[in-house]
Ligand binder design. Sequence first.
Ligand code: SAH
Length: 339
Amino acid sequence: MKNLRDLTYDELESVIVSLGEKKFRANQIFDWLTKGVSSYEEMHNIPKSLKDKLAEDYYVYGLKIVKKLESSIDGTKKYLFALYDGNMVETVVMYYKHGITVCISSQVGCAMGCKFCASTIGGLVRSLSAGEILEQVIFAQKDIGERISNIVMMGIGEPLANLDNVLRFLYNVNDEKGLNIGYRHISLSTCGIVPNIYELAKHKLPITLSISLHATSNESRSSIMPVNNSFCIEELIDACRHYQHECGRRISFEYAIIKNVNDSTQNAEQLIRLLKGIMCHVNVIPVNNVDENNFEKPDPHTVKVFCETLEKKGITATVRRELGSDINASCGQLRKNNM
Ligand code: SAH
């Protein structure tokens, strides 16, 4: 059995035609799926005979809200959604001046093992299908009753470890017959699976690529991010240059700044040398609290000096606003089932 939301519009249309039905049914069904139905029964303008035939191979499921928390500080909402097999993921909705942004998960758990991140505790359970990734946007939007305009793939999981499904999701969420969210309004964040950065670049999608860099030497990066043992900083930066050349987009580097680990002026200077010649932006994220580890945020002055050092050399740096901190909805705090 496959999720009906895994199909692209064209695939849905050919399935429908192969069942001896009219093409326009694809349009109607795609609409229902985009609106957020949870079963075939809700599609009341579709003949039962067609629904029965589709149901032999495809299921229609709606993510179930197991828990929903709302930040009393900034209105950020965090959802714990149950998937059809009982596994769970978290999804976050954030309110910005430029629109509503949803932060979505790409896997149940994560295999990457970054030392500062809660999502990887307990390892990887499985990857999400394209439809399940899409459903997070659809059901979050349905629940808030307002249009979501931006997507960040910065929730649980490593999107480039689930590249085929992520690409299919990107294609579907961008479809004008579906949610119609522009690629320029989508960011994808990776810890640095280098071969798949090259793979993604082949598709030349104008999405924003975010790189979780977090360190400026291989020794330091390997000590907090095991992925660096497979793909070192130099290979990662080369892949970024290639991506930029192919896709023409500014790259965003994420830097979780940690007290006494990577917060010195010397670190800022190393970072400047690494990023030389790349059109980029650095997002400095004072490390968020995760109970299982003891990384601490530097004091605000240290963070300010770090950013100013970058800015002086022409690298734009912003300190990421911490949203949803009272509901553990900030970067690195999402978990597969623990709210
Ligand atoms: N696996 C992808 C997608 C996750 S995005 C990736 O690594 O990019 C989540 C972002 O939050 C990543 O940049 C991640 O490194 C960062 N992060 C993880 N734990 C954090 C923490 N405790 N404080 C701040 N940022 C954290």
